[in-house]
Unconditional design. Structure first.
Length: 377
């Protein structure tokens, strides 16, 4: 009996070892994608049954520029491309006509309802897009908005050292564009990384950054699956609903719940595209509320009524910095030039920062990196 048991145990052990070896043979080595080299970037995706796999990246001129990939004997498709210039790019694979993300890449960004794989190429331009050594904290905050009539969510960044100190800080209110939400500046704008790096390098004053949801129809980003409400924008009672909520709901909440310097000289407001419009509207309607005014990729119309009167209101109330940023290929560039002319016409000192490129996050990250060191000094 003991002999049979011993033989059985030996046979089971041999089978287990053999089976483990067979399983090991079926295990594929980890797929690295993207793999950034000195001069090239390699992308890989496992798709053994696919007939055609291509890659499209935002570094390419158009979708028609997508590149075919090659399949090896293990069914892994790959392509090697020259390393693009330092920047944050997005890309996807097209597998037999279907668009898919890179499952081997943990770095993703959400653009509205789309998730996109990210290629972050290191270099001088992107140095502040990577994690700093001393990092602040990001809070996802729910606050009551009586102006809009619902509880709403915003993101609040506090700099390194905030939790362990007693110091009071200035505040940057950073507004997103159309199609975005409170998450946009964090995921696509790399706002936390940029501020962390600027502060750590002593290029910028330590500050709090508040990133609200600029869609009054929403309580929070669509990812929370909360119901949305519609408003008749033509109804006068809904005019300036969101910018009123900034002044009446958001700023009071922040100044009650965070250690902030509650004065115009310690408040800045900036936003891109739609958020640039909000930036101009909130400062036009509430002159003297913000000492730093920074609209990005936005301007005014040639026939915009009362613009001179509004700007004179800001001039009379006083401000520290009026800074406009826009790309010379941006569809809003003509409007930005008109704003520049209006400020000049009204004798208001300002900066008109013109970059190359268009209406893109690559520009908006540059603008934050550029004006960040100018705030609260």
């Amino acid at each position: 009996m003991k002999k049979k048991l011993f033989v059985t145990i030996i046979c089971m052990s041999v089978f287990a070892v053999t089976f483990s070896q067979e399983l090991a043979n079926f295990r594929r080595a980890p797929i690295v994608s993207p793999e950034i080299g000195e001069k090239t970037v390699t992308f890989r995706i496992a798709a053994p049954q696919a007939k055609l796999v291509r890659i499209y990246g935002s570094w390419m001129r158009s979708f028609d520029s997508s590149v075919n990939m090659m399949k090896d004997t293990a069914g892994v498709w790959s392509v090697v491309i020259p390393k693009p210039q330092p920047e944050l790019y997005t890309y996807n694979f097209i597998v037999d006509g279907f668009t898919v993300n890179d499952v081997n890449n943990v770095l993703l960004q959400r653009d509205g309802t789309r998730y996109l794989s990210v290629l972050l190429v290191p270099g001088d331009l992107t140095a502040n897009y990577f994690e700093a050594g001393k990092r602040g904290s990001l809070h996802k905050v729910w606050y009551d908005s009586p102006t809009i009539g619902k509880a709403r969510r915003m993101y609040v960044y506090t700099p390194y050292g905030y939790d362990s100190g007693t110091e009071k800080y200035p505040v940057l209110y950073l507004l997103h564009g159309g199609g975005g939400d409170e998450d946009a500046w964090v995921t696509m704008g790399r706002a936390c990384q940029i501020l962390d790096n600027l502060i750590e390098k002593k290029l910028a004053v330590p500050m709090i950054c508040v990133m609200p949801n600029g869609n009054p129809t929403q309580e929070a980003a669509k990812t929370l699956l909360l119901p949305e409400e519609t408003f008749d924008r033509r109804d006068p009672k809904f005019a300036n609903l969101y910018i009123n909520s900034i002044v009446k709901d958001i700023i009071p909440y922040v100044e009650r719940n965070y250690r902030v310097i509650a004065s115009p000289e310690a408040r800045a407001v900036s936003g891109l595209s739609m958020g640039g419009g909000h930036t101009m509207s909130v400062t036009n309607e509430y002159p003297g509320m913000f000492g730093y005014i920074l609209p990005l990729s936005m301007g005014i119309r040639a026939d915009q009524p009362d613009i001179d009167a509004k700007l004179q209101g800001i001039k009379k109330a006083g401000y520290k910095l009026y800074w406009i940023g826009c790309g010379d290929e941006d569809f809003t560039f003509e409007g930005a030039k008109l704003l520049d002319q209006a400020l000049t016409r009204n004798g208001m000192e300002h900066t008109f920062f013109v970059s190359g490129g268009g209406h893109t996050w690559s520009n908006w990250r540059i603008y934050l990196n550029t004006f960040g060191p100018l705030l609260f000094k």
